[in-house]
Design a protein around this ligand. Sequence first.
Ligand code: PLP
Length: 341
Amino acid sequence: MSIPGCQFASDNTAGVCPEAWEALSEANHGFESSYGDDRFTQTACDSFRDLFETNCDVYFVFTGTAANSLSLASLCRSYQSVIAHQVAHVETDECGAPEFFSNGSKLLLATGDNGKCDIADVERLIVHRKDLHFPKAKALSLSQSTEYGTVYHPDEVKNLWGVTRSHGLSIHMDGARFANAIASLGCSPAEVTWRSGVDVLCFGGTKLGMAMTEAVVFFNRELGAEFAWRCKQAGQLASKMRFISAQWSRVLGDGTWLRYAKQANGLAQALSAGLQEIPGVELLHPVQANAVFAKLPAEVDQRLRAAGWKYYNFIGGGARFMCSWKTSMEDVNALLSKARG
Ligand SMILES: *Cc1c(COP(=O)(O)O)cnc(C)c1O
């Protein structure tokens, strides 16, 4: 039975999925070496290498903000800059952490439809100033899936890579919702990351259904050579790391990550189809992952809010509905029936 509430406000309003919870419990026996020097962490890192079909280096931090800002700091020096979309989380929702942890690297904001960086604008930002009075562009940050619930096709990433490579920039991927992007694309995780030029990926665990963990995956291992020190200095090195890594081993190892991501994406499709049947509702972005952005007529918005449904209105001018591992078809139907009035 569905109770109106905050289940559509964000995918981080859901709890911990049973698989991750079980893994936490299974890791809770006896003594283990600390700070990642344990068998759970070894296994988890191997799971990432299997999944990405390459010898990557993997680190675990507690939040997406830490993952993004510490990895970006590894890609550039303080007098260099990072190109990101103007609605990117690194720009709008991290309280200046990327600039703080990089000791001042400036963010340069690119435009582009549906939350995706426009290639011509990225190139413009790279070349428009090369003089020493301006911080030289050194990295491009792409959100996958984007803040507007769209995804970059591997060809789009490769095209951007063509531009960044010729100017010596690295590529960072903010994958707070990477699983939803893969579920949508149906490609291998390797295809849309290192095979398309991505140097470092922040792979989100929390929104996917885990407890307090994000993985930082360096495909370009040289860039991550001193990342462990950054994590420690930033207070992001977990001493009881086994509880983080055990969750990853389980969720990556048995396909849980993709199953939940597909489920959430499917529910977003159902929600957007239902909303579009309501007169006056207008979809604001293509629904390609687990988010639905819609402009709601005032009476629909009031009806939903009065009934206790919670969703964000501050992102992109419309209502944002996020589906998570915990969202069910009953939740979607209950919301739709209230929206219909
Ligand atoms: C949620 C989110 C993050 C991580 O946010 P934290 O609250 O710091 O964990 C990063 N990027 C995007 C696109 C997000 O949606």
